[in-house]
Write a protein that binds this ligand. Structure first.
Ligand code: SAH
Length: 347
């Protein structure tokens, strides 16, 4: 098993069978060896330092109806909100004072009639804080809209592919949404010179090991700058309310495999990891993750952005709680890196 792990570390890829073997191995010594290699590769790239991104949840209004997501259009129990431009700017200002140099605007998916308004906000953030990176995570849009936002000053875009398997994708999404179109969006974003992030949920309903292997292969081929992976967590008002949550261990194992395959990638230890386990965030970092994305939204809105149940948004998961995060990182010998944290190839 160690030979296989060394091979992934040295050649950055394996056969599909090799990934399968790493996903199913169960001897604790083998798993620990994988984690150790991933951690060492991450430390060689980034030191024992963790980049921060301030997450601003722009809106929970969404035209989509993804079956896993708590803010899907069909969920009538959500109190919908959209931050004002002033609220977004105030969140950035607060984040900047704390030390954040990346702002992530995430939200439900809107129609194109509001794309110009988003462009205005991007322009204002870009003018006020020219030293900060602006990341968007606003779903699928036409190429022209992505170009508009890029020209307004956005640097990065997060759009998880969720699953590369066509049939699995159709079981997670409403009719009309296709993996083909999602991958088209990701290609456009790359063409437009965004730093692009993609990824999956681990343990989403109907996921198989075979589809996880496909996801690994796609990620290695696409080479995203960022890889966002978190465990699936059910939300009580969605069609998937009764499905079990994904596992922290399996998610960490994917971080480790992808760290060895893509040593330069920015890999967050996601909020869903911290939600499922008090040690989830550290577990992810010890598997080779190197980014944390604390919540920078106005505190009153956080509970309305409930993608899944019990979503962590306070304490070390909150921008205002960075001291707690810093203390937590110190317990494993890590510290915060306050720089913009671009992908190494962009420097
Ligand atoms: N509307 C944007 C942002 C979505 S929220 C978009 O579609 O890209 C960001 C991510 O949260 C999604 O890509 C999805 O992978 C994750 N997510 C949504 N519901 C979830 C759930 N129930 N459990 C875990 N992660 C979830």
């Amino acid at each position: 098993m160690k030979r296989l792990i060394d091979q992934l570390r040295d050649n950055h890829q394996l056969s599909p069978d090799g990934y399968w073997t790493l996903l199913t191995m169960h001897h604790p010594d083998d798993v620990e060896y994988l984690m150790l290699q991933a951690r060492e590769v991450a430390q060689r790239q980034f030191g024992k330092s963790i980049y921060l991104r301030g997450l601003i949840e722009l809106t929970n209004v969404c035209r989509n109806d993804c079956l896993y997501c708590g803010i899907r259009r069909g969920n009538t129990h959500v109190t919908r909100y959209t931050l004002t431009r002033e609220q977004v700017i105030e969140s950035c200002a607060q984040g900047y004072r704390i030390g954040f140099r990346t702002f992530v605007l995430q939200g439900g998916e809107w129609g194109e009639e509001r794309s110009a308004w988003i462009a205005e906000i991007i322009t204002e953030i870009r003018q006020r804080w020219p030293d900060c990176a602006i990341t968007l995570s606003l779903g699928e849009h036409p190429r022209d809209t992505y170009a508009l936002w890029r020209n307004a000053g956005a640097d990065r875009y997060l759009l998880r592919h969720e699953t590369h398997n066509e049939r699995h994708y159709s079981l997670l999404h409403p009719q009309g949404m296709t993996i083909r179109h999602r991958l088209q969006c990701l290609d456009w974003l790359k063409e437009l010179d965004y730093q692009v992030g993609t990824g999956i949920m681990v343990g989403s309903p109907f996921q198989s090991l075979k589809s996880l292997v496909e996801d690994i292969q796609y990620l290695i081929e696409f080479k995203p700058h960022m890889i966002g992976i978190g465990p699936f967590i059910p939300q009580h008002d969605t069609p998937f309310a009764r499905f079990p949550a994904g596992s922290v261990e399996m998610t960490a194992r994917l971080y480790a495999i992808l760290r060895l395959a893509l040593p330069h990638a920015l890999i967050p230890s996601t909020t869903a990891m911290a939600t499922l386990s008090p040690t989830g965030r550290l577990h992810g970092i010890l598997a080779g993750a190197n980014v944390v994305m604390p919540n920078l939204s106005p505190v009153d809105n956080r509970e309305k952005y409930a993608l899944y149940d019990n979503k962590a948004a306070l304490g070390a998961e909150s921008a205002q709680g960075v001291q707690l995060l810093s203390d937590e990182l110190a317990t494993i010998g890590y510290k915060i890196d306050w720089s913009r944290g671009d992908h190494p190839d962009k420097n």
